[in-house]
Design a protein around this ligand. Sequence first.
Ligand code: NAP
Ligand code: MG
Length: 495
Amino acid sequence: MDRHPAQIEPAARHAVPTEFLNFIDGCQVPASGGATVEVIDPSTGEVFTRIQRSGAAEIDDAVRAAQRAFHGAWGKLTATERGRLLSRLAAAILEHQDELSELECRDTGKPMVQARNDIAACARYFEYYGGAADKLHGETIPYAAGTTVLAVRVPHGVTGHIIPWNYPAQIYGRSVAAALAAGNCCVVKPAEDACLTSLRVSQIALDVGFPAGAINVVCGLGSEAGAALSAHPGIAHISFTGSTATGALVAEAAARRHVPVTLELGGKSPQIVFADADMEQAIPTIVNAIIQSAGQTCTAGSRVLIERSAFDAVMARLTERFDALVVGRGQDDRDLGPVINHRQRQKIMGMVDAALADGVKLAARGRLADGAPANGCYVLPTLLAEVDPAHAIAREEIFGPVLVAIAFDDEAQAIEIANGTDYGLTAGVWTRDGARQLRMAHAIEAGQVFVNNYGAGGGIELPFGGMKHSGYGREKAFEGMRGFTTIKTIAIKHG
Ligand code: NAP
Ligand code: MG
């Protein structure tokens, strides 16, 4: 018997349209060629709707609409008025939380509880940046006699937002809300696998009073619509979240046009557990940080580094937890849902199988819920032990519910292993020793270090971004909004 009852039966769902159109200049618009892309529910493997297969023409229409809004209705708003609109959208997203959560759950396979959290987080981004919009100040600078110098923060203009499929609503909120608060207009290219909440929230924005063209969403394939967005001469800044390889392509396209990019490219984040840690806190947090969104979280804690004297005890507790985990349909709210598509499933399983063939030990594996659809994209949560830190499984991003356990002997070795990958996004440190907490936090190469807690995907108020191959630029917090501005220096000689 499975432990959790189904929470949403199909009959209780909001109806999903059979096709979603692009959202350009405040209108629902089909792709000019009439081509569409099937949208799969990862829980069942079945097609449940379609999106537009757009390209350069639709991107161009969207950029022009955004430029008109930037020089027109949106550009004329004061910062306070922009903030009020963002706050209104935050409230409207929460009013639509049931509908949007069901859409996100269907589109990504996430358990409903997580989908609801993601929609609440999306609303929270608009709330946060709504409050921040009129608090972004410039500076005055002491300079030559009789001269006043102003460093004024100005928006870039039209910003491009390339969004992945793992947290579609959250990452839309993170980047679009910050860009709008700073005064930009947006063209969004969501991932082909998960466009629906971006489209729906943008329509809701229009409904609550955003001017047409302030937000535009163009769906399609990355190699077509995404590449066209990165290369469009009207895009003044691009924020990209996704793989290191695609991030490099986007940055290359931007470099040719000399425009700035923010890249958020994932990680191989360590959870470092010392023997003196509070295990009651550490163990559930460590498990949650790798099963959340089925391990498809850029900040997933995908390596657990355990002090050797506590290794067996910690592994026993982790094993017990992993053995009890159940994977099932998003709407059934099991411990975790499917991964996004069969290609990702095969990639993850291929990496795990290769590691097992190389002698890595399978410590524990969860199970599939009774009655889970046979064609769903399910990956069983997997705990691997006796992993050599130099092995690919301990160094490469898996982007699935796979945790690798590595033993260390002392602080110096823990730091060496923690910093021993190309990535540097986040890290968790678990110890009661205050001096060690600070030593570790300073020594770890990562954009965020959590001590005795771990914020996978959370923390709207906390500056966020990578070191090394995890990317550059910062999102979230005030820092995220600053990134969507540039400084104009005005020097006035008045005698
Ligand atoms: P990806 O190619 O980096 O996709 C991310 C976004 O970029 C999507 O919107 C995608 O659109 C778009 N895109 C793809 N090719 C593009 C191009 N040439 N120019 C501009 N945009 C383009 O990621 P993926 O292939 O879906 O996943 C591969 C791996 O990336 C995963 O296994 C995981 O390791 C990593 N990943 C990391 C994150 C993260 O949060 N850090 C998120 C997702 C994936 P389409 O999806 O429509 O092609
Ligand atoms: Mg989908």
